[in-house]
Design a protein around this ligand. Structure first.
Ligand code: DGT
Ligand code: CA
Ligand code: CA
Ligand code: ZN
Length: 580
């Protein structure tokens, strides 16, 4: 078990003890220990081996023993016993976002709620609002939480889905009867979350491929199956729709199953206007006597099908019926940014705040990726939950970075920065005297998410207007499938950035992908620039720039819109100029 898993167990234990009405000090001790473990810098296993867990403030003798058992055996009998002693419906109700142990207990005991369905019914009947300590607002929050839990539970992050899809295509490459396989659907379009995977395989022996497929060990359940189609649920809990086609239908199938539905409908209408019927199998003349555009022997590519409809090729990321058809008609589809265009990235954390790797390890990995530069930005002090740096620690880090740059130990240049909290009133967490010493300043919201639209917009604009801020980090603070974006007037915030020469980051972290791709096309036309950042908390996370690039493409961004395509020299000059 790693420290996150252990923290999770301790935190849950605190909640379960609260459900049982245990001693409040005991409960607090568990929640507190969870926080301490989560933010621990030292190696937990080493602490256990050295018998020095107890020396950590907040970890007493009994907790140290429990953590030791968890580390050494991966299980904790006391936790399992505690879980068993609690009625299952209570555990289920606890999963609703925003519902704590006190409220769950009241609902269970006073309203005899035994399931989420019970709870939803009670909310709809207004019973929850009438319960002491609840009220209309809290009832509405609960209903909202249930709706969110249901919709969140049905989808998966693009990044996770991509990894599953990659291993599936790899498995298909071992099936001799499959000539080619491609993943279509929302995954191919680069949507931030994915509902199910749509896989297309070319084969002349569909029955054999089907036999092979449904026997694969990664499949949990076959939901439906025909000679050329199947729907299955994987052990990874995602559904897969498989379609096996002959080569001459592949382009049509790929186009149809990549979608989106809205894009497909536009294409079909366009075909009809030109006297053709476009389907997932072919493009036929409506008048039977007319000659088809493609003979049965041909296997047209997507590009050729677009051309037959009088359009230039439209990359999958743009297929959302958001202006791409009109652009393709005029031959004005932009050349989109590619992974190879990136020269480096900013927004990387080290173990000094909440990262897992030391500065040198981060730089060394950036060097291995071929990055010409990396921007280090640990948290500021208000982000105490992320172990934010105090001013003197930041200055010490800056000096270490300067020394490392001078030493030429790495070919990757290091820019010194911070991810500085935007406080509730729009002030920044560090004074300007410190900010101005840095190469760049990312400003981010990590607290007070609940402000209304006007207050939040004002807060952001005030921070953007600070002369020393450079980049707005993960603008809406959303966590995909977990936390909704904060309220704000996007237009006003974007305009303020442009007026003040500030950048809005495209945060490539798979849970963020923020600012949202739907806002980028218009923003870039107004002149807004971006940086595609990984928001890395470990060396492995540097790769998150790849999901950033996918989503940047979805936002119509070109190389010239993305500043971390600049050479080191140009980047240095740009940051220098920005400070003036
Ligand atoms: P997802 O799975 O919810 O993340 O999103 P998609 O886009 O992958 O949707 P999915 O799996 O339901 O269907 C794959 C593609 O098939 C979709 O993007 C377009 C096409 N498609 C599905 N249903 C329809 C439909 O009713 N009409 C049209 N024109 N196309 C459809
Ligand atoms: Ca899909
Ligand atoms: Ca599907
Ligand atoms: Zn952040």
């Amino acid at each position: 078990m790693n420290k996150h898993e252990i923290a999770e167990v301790l935190d849950t234990m605190g909640t379960l003890l609260a459900l049982k009405g245990d001693n409040p000090f005991e409960i607090r001790a568990y929640h507190n220990a969870a926080r301490v473990i989560e933010n621990l810098d030292e190696n937990l296993e080493k602490l256990v081996l050295d018998n020095s867990l107890e020396k950590i403030p907040g970890i007493g003798q009994r907790l140290a023993k429990k953590i030791t058992i968890l580390i050494t055996t991966g299980r904790l009998p006391a936790f399992e016993k505690l879980k068993k002693s609690i009625p299952a419906p209570l555990l289920q109700l606890l999963k609703i976002p925003g519902l704590g142990s006190k409220k769950v207990k009241a609902l269970y005991e006073k309203l005899h709620i035994r399931s989420i369905e019970d709870l939803l019914r009670a909310c709809k009947g207004g019973k929850v609002a009438r319960l002491a300590g609840f009220g209309e607002k809290s009832q509405a929050n609960i209903m909202n939480g249930i709706a969110k839990m249901e919709s969140y539970g049905k989808r998966m992050l693009w990044w996770d889905a991509k990894h599953i899809a990659d291993s599936l295509t790899e498995a298909f490459s071992t099936c001799k009867q499959v000539k080619k396989v491609e993943v279509a659907g929302s995954l191919r379009r680069g949507l931030e979350t994915v509902g199910d995977l749509d896989i297309l395989a070319i084969s002349t022996k569909p029955l054999q491929v089907m036999e092979w497929f449904i026997k694969q060990p990664f499949i949990k359940k076959v939901l439906a199956r025909g000679p050329t189609k199947a729907s299955v649920r994987l052990k990874d809990e995602i559904q897969v729709d498989l379609r096996i086609l002959p080569e001459n239908e592949f382009g049509f199938g790929l186009l149809y199953f990549t979608g989106s539905k809205e894009h497909n409908i536009r294409l079909r209408i366009r075909a009809r206007e030109r006297g053709y019927m476009l389907s997932e199998y072919r493009l036929d003349p409506i008048q039977k006597k007319e000659r088809p555009l493609f003979s049965k022997k041909e296997a047209p590519s997507e590009k050729e099908i677009y051309r037959a409809l009088g359009l230039c090729y439209i990359p999958p990321e743009l297929r959302e019926d958001m202006g791409e058809i009109e652009a393709a008609e005029k031959g004005k589809i932009p050349r989109l940014i590619e992974e190879k265009d990136l020269m480096g990235a900013f927004h990387c954390h080290t173990a000094e705040s909440d990262g897992h790797n030391r500065l040198e390890e981060m730089v060394s990995s950036a060097e291995n990726l071929g990055w010409k530069y990396i921007g280090i930005s640990d948290h500021s002090k208000s982000s105490f939950q992320a172990n934010g740096l105090a001013p003197d620690a930041l200055i010490a880090q800056m000096q270490r970075i300067a020394r490392l740059n001078r030493s030429k130990k790495f070919s990757t240049y290091i820019f010194s920065g911070t991810e500085c909290d935007i406080l509730k009133d729009g002030r920044l967490d560090f004074p300007n005297e410190i900010l101005k010493k840095l190469d760049f300043v990312i400003i981010s919201i990590h607290s007070s998410f609940q402000l209304d639209e006007a207050a939040m917009t004002k807060r952001l604009i005030k921070a953007i207007e600070n002369p020393y801020s450079t980049i707005v980090g993960h603008l809406t603070a959303r966590l995909l499938l977990e936390r909704d974006p904060i309220a704000m007037n996007h237009e006003k915030v974007i305009d303020a950035c442009i007026a003040n020469g500030k950048i809005i980051e495209l945060n490539g972290h798979p849970m963020r992908l923020d600012m949202d791709w739907r806002l980028w096309h218009k923003a870039r036309d107004k002149g807004l620039k971006t940086l595609i950042d990984p928001d890395a908390h470990s060396v492995k996370d540097l790769e998150f720039v790849r999901s950033g690039v996918k989503v940047a493409r979805k936002g119509w961004l070109r190389k010239q819109d993305v500043l971390n395509t600049l050479s080191l020299k140009a980047m240095k000059a740009f940051l220098e100029k920005q400070k003036k």
